[in-house]
Design a protein around this ligand. Structure first.
Ligand code: FAD
Ligand code: NAI
Length: 466
């Protein structure tokens, strides 16, 4: 007998598990298939969570080394990497088990195995140690996520030539680490290993790091990271990598075609991620991909086959966990006959380095290219009393508003707790707020959030503290 469900969700990352829970809440009999042995996808197992855990642990290590300067004498600070990794693994296990608990609580049936389409209503599940299975449902949601892009002809051995997965579990601190690609992963993982003692060199193809980010913030970000000891080589493309027993050598060329070799102990390749579709047998059911290999969907997340939906990293848009979650909820609600939707104009982004970088809405460069006239408000953490009190004064808040209506168009923050601060702006933007609304809102003192209020005041040059 075929087991039948209302909806099958393929993949249990933040897109898939959130979608499955929402479907179950809406009364639909839901199954979720996951090929990995634990739930939670890239995000919980080898992405957001372990990286944020290591960022926190390594920041604590770095701070502890400087405690003496602020009057706390604890003797020699020593790194125990094995213990640090165990700590990181503990955070991952607690959270992945948490999803198992949520699945049980919501009566979601969980199948461990690789899913592939047998027909537009049937999914085949295979597992190396288990009997094959076919399950059936009216609707199916694909949320199979993404995987690291590699350089042509190079294989990740996850020891010397590593992806983010290897960078999250190195067993010793490499003396010299090459980071290929100055984006999210390169800068977060580069920061971790630099704090733990590696000499880190970031090789970036473009003339700036973090492409797509507001240029002023990106420039400030690189300046701060340089001060922390990270080396940058811009306008440099890695063409190939060779490996010997002890060393890895990256062959690079600059804009003029000048060649240079970089030798290191470990090379992290962080040049982007690609959608994960290879095992699904999409051709069988006629699901179409776009030119970048992402599953094509309409505004209701339906693929070219209308009862099959796709969400998260496997479709167009920023490859972010919270974007996948929002799509998971919207798709579930649409399947249940409700009006789910995602506002793509208000998806925040955060890089969890020190200091953090956070943004939502449009950059100054985007406004210029759209010929949208705007005003800018800016405020430095140097003049924020909380930042001064704890000596974390690097960075600033930048608010971009429509010069006629004063409506907030984008906010970019580099500074302490920027990732938490940005939520205020996301809510303000969802409500169509103006900078005047923020400027007239009472913000607690002394808090970092006062820098946002002051930046809003500075749109009309009436900031108080600078
Ligand atoms: P995924 O989380 O990739 O989950 C897809 C799941 O589907 C996987 O578990 C996979 O095993 C499974 N699967 C694939 N094919 C099949 C199949 N055929 N059958 C069954 N199962 C299958 N984003 C943030 O917003 N904040 C962060 O701080 C952040 N940090 C990151 C750090 C790193 C190092 C990395 C790599 C990514 C990070 N991201 C972060 C990105 C974030 O992890 C992804 O955007 C998010 O996980 C996408 O969710 P998803 O549900 O679409 O896919
Ligand atoms: P990325 O797209 O953020 O950055 C890749 C960088 O590599 C770019 O700057 C690009 O110009 C450069 N590059 C490409 N080819 C190159 C070459 N041959 N030589 C030198 N440089 C080259 O990709 P990344 O860092 O791999 O991350 C993938 C995605 O994962 C991110 O875009 C983000 O969506 C997600 N992520 C999110 C995090 C967060 O939200 N904090 C943290 C980590 C990942």
């Amino acid at each position: 007998m075929l087991e039948k469900f209302d909806v099958i969700v393929i993949g249990s990352g933040p897109g898939g598990y959130v979608c499955a829970i929402r479907l179950a809440q809406l009364g639909l009999k839901t199954a979720c298939i996951e090929s990995r042995d634990t739930l939670g996808g890239t995000c919980l197992n080898i992405g957001c969570i372990p990286s944020k855990s290591l960022l926190n642990l390594s920041e604590n290590f770095h701070k502890a080394k400087n405690f003496e300067k602020i009057g706390i004498e604890i003797g020699q600070v020593k790194l125990n990497l094995e213990k640090m990794m165990k700590n990181k693994n503990k955070s991952v296990t607690i959270l992945t088990k948490g999803i198992e608990f949520l699945f049980k609580k919501n009566k979601i049936t969980y199948f461990n195995g690789v899913a592939s389409f047998k027909s537009k209503n049937q999914v085949h599940i295979s597992h190396k140690d288990k009997k094959e299975k076919i399950i059936e449902s009216k609707n199916i949601v694909i949320s199979t996520g993404s995987e690291p892009v590699n350089l042509p002809g190079i294989k990740f051995d996850e020891k010397k030539i590593i992806s983010s997965t290897g960078a999250l579990s190195m067993q010793s601190v490499p003396k010299k680490m090459l980071v290929i690609g100055g984006g999210y992963i390169g800068l977060e993982m580069g920061s971790v290993w630099s704090r733990l003692g590696s000499e880190v060199h970031v090789i970036e193809f473009l003339d700036h790091i973090t492409p797509g980010m507001d240029k002023e913030i990106s420039n400030e970000f690189m300046k701060i990271l340089k001060k922390q000891g990270i080396n940058f080589h811009l306008n440099t493309k890695v063409d190939s990598i060779t490996k010997s027993t002890n060393k890895v050598v990256a062959q690079t060329s600059d804009k003029e075609g000048k060649k240079k070799n970089f030798e290191c102990d470990v090379a992290l390749i962080s040049i982007g991620r690609k959608p994960c579709t290879q095992n699904l047998n999409l051709n069988k059911v006629g699901i179409k991909l776009d030119e970048k290999g992402r599953i094509k969907v309409n505004k209701n997340f339906q693929t070219t086959i209308s009862n099959i939906y796709a969400i998260g990293d496997v479709i167009e848009g920023p490859m972010l966990a919270h974007k996948a979650e929002e799509e998971g909820i919207a798709a579930a609600e649409l399947i249940a006959g409700q009006a789910g939707q995602v506002n793509y104009d208000v998806i925040p982004g955060v890089i969890y380095t020190y200091p953090e970088v956070a943004y939502v809405g449009m950059t100054e460069e985007q406004l210029k290219s759209k010929k949208q006239s705007y005003k800018i408000g800016k405020f430095s953490f140097m003049a924020n009393s909380r930042a001064k009190a704890i000596d974390e004064t690097e960075g600033f808040v930048k608010i971009l508003v429509n010069d006629k209506t004063d409506k907030i168009l984008g906010v970019h923050i580099i500074g302490p707790h920027a990732g938490e601060l940005i939520a205020e702006i996301a809510i303000a933007m969802e409500f169509g707020a103006s900078s005047e609304d923020i400027a007239r809102t009472c913000h607690a003192h002394p808090t970092f959030s006062e820098a946002i209020k002051e930046a809003a005041l500075s749109v009309d040059k009436r900031q108080i503290h600078s």
